[in-house]
Ligand binder design. Structure first.
Ligand SMILES: NC(=O)c1ccc[n+]([C@@H]2O[C@H](COP(=O)([O-])OP(=O)(O)OC[C@H]3O[C@@H](n4cnc5c(N)ncnc54)[C@H](OP(=O)(O)O)[C@@H]3O)[C@@H](O)[C@H]2O)c1
Length: 370
């Protein structure tokens, strides 16, 4: 098991396991997830396997997830050994306009609640959960910096933001001497590759490593949902949440990707979940992947995802099945246009130690850079 192989997170010195434990399933109030005993078992199995990164958020199960994470860490006496990541931004009291979002007032309110529920006096990684489209990025970065200086927070990150926002946040941090962003928590999987257009470069060039969420597309890539069973898939989050657009994964395109994952998994003698997690964990810019599990057997399966390598020819099949057609302006970064820009002098690969070329899906595969 490769859980005790630690990467530094982005431009920080914080060392994290390449597989993290996601806890959006700690509680059953949302209609899917685990009861407390099961959640405790998942937590203990993860840390016993050498894992050190636990991800939660103040809004998960309305605070229940943070509370249970705090309880389990305390039971095991592991506070110093673990890296606890949590997030703020979703509004638990919609009648209060300052009860959510990214303002200083809300961040300062939210951090106190998270510290209390987690039963700790510091958060290792504090993340903005979702851009609110109104708070100036300067206010967020200055508040983050104040939290780090006060000792309540060690490192900061962003989730679900546009790339221009992350880039501006990092530039402000750099030029004003604020704590910089060390990670972007983003959805990335064989059924969701849109971050490759912009965020891979932010990770590999500007120190904001990707922390992947939903590596299985909410369970889709595990292979347990089959088109022949449409509408009655048995137990599982995507079955329970059918009709909710946020969980709409049962498309023809996704089932075609699932079929290729199944074929590759058979060739490797591995589970489909392991193949899907392995693929995303080894993409450029990815530091760590948040594993979600509602059952012990799922976690045991997923924790073996880094114990093997996917050979190049099988990787090429996965890439081809899941590739996204470039849209404008990314069409301008494909070889067809770039050859007209750089003439007979294309970008040369530099030797190890230099920043790699920016990876544009499709374009780089065609150019032989992937
Ligand atoms: N920043 C954000 O906005 C954001 C958003 C979402 C998640 N996250 C974080 O990312 C973590 C992971 O996200 P996710 O739960 O969506 O990840 P995921 O890996 O895409 O989906 C996990 C779900 O798939 C099913 N599953 C997992 N392993 C399986 C296996 N081996 N065989 C069959 N089914 C399996 C389980 O659901 P069922 O048993 O219900 O089928 C499990 O809860 C979360 O816990 C949270 O910490 C962050």
């Amino acid at each position: 098991m490769n859980l005790s192989h630690y990467y530094t997170l982005g431009n920080s010195g914080l060392r994290v396991s390449r597989l993290a434990l996601g806890t959006m399933t700690f509680g059953t109030d949302w209609g899917w997830g685990s009861d407390k005993d099961t959640a405790r078992g998942l937590f203990n199995a993860y840390v016993n396997a050498g894992g050190n990164l636990i991800d939660t958020a103040d809004m998960y199960l309305n605070g229940n997830s943070e509370q249970w994470v705090g309880d389990f860490v305390k039971e095991r006496g592991l506070r110093d050994q673990l890296v606890i990541a949590t997030k703020f931004g979703f509004n638990p009291n919609p009648t209060n306009p300052n009860g959510g979002g990214n303002s200083r007032k809300n961040i300062m309110r939210a951090v106190e609640g998270s510290l209390k529920r987690l039963g700790t006096d510091y958060i290792d990684l504090y993340l903005l959960h979702c851009w609110d489209q109104m708070t100036p990025v300067e206010e967020v970065m200055r508040t983050f910096d104040e939290l780090v200086r006060s000792g309540k927070v060690r490192h900061v990150g962003l989730s679900n933001v546009p790339s221009w926002y992350a880039s501006r946040a990092q530039s402000i941090a750099e030029f004003r001497g604020y704590e910089s962003v060390c990670t972007l928590q983003l959805s990335y999987s064989l059924v969701e590759r849109s971050i490759e257009n912009e965020f891979t470069a932010l990770a590999t060039r500007y120190g904001m490593d990707t922390m992947v969420w939903s590596p299985l597309g909410g369970g889709m890539l595990s292979g347990k949902y089959k088109p022949s069973e449409a509408g009655k898939y048995g137990e599982g989050r995507l079955q329970v949440m059918q009709g909710n657009p946020a969980f709409a994964k049962f498309s023809e395109r996704n089932f075609a990707i699932v079929a290729e994952v199944e074929s590759v998994a058979k060739a490797l003698g591995r589970s489909m979940a392991q193949v899907a997690v392995n693929w995303v964990a080894n993409r450029p810019g990815v530091a760590t992947v948040l594993i979600g599990a509602t059952k012990q057997a799922q976690l045991d399966d997923n924790l073996q995802a880094l114990d093997f390598s996917i050979p190049a020819e099988l990787l090429a099949r996965l890439d081809a099945a899941s590739a996204v057609e470039p849209t404008y302006p990314y069409t301008y970064f494909t070889p067809a246009v770039q050859n007209q820009v750089v003439g007979n002098h294309p970008l040369q690969d530099k030797h190890a130690g230099y920043a790699p070329p920016i990876l544009i899906p499709g374009a780089n595969a065609a150019a032989g850079n992937e």
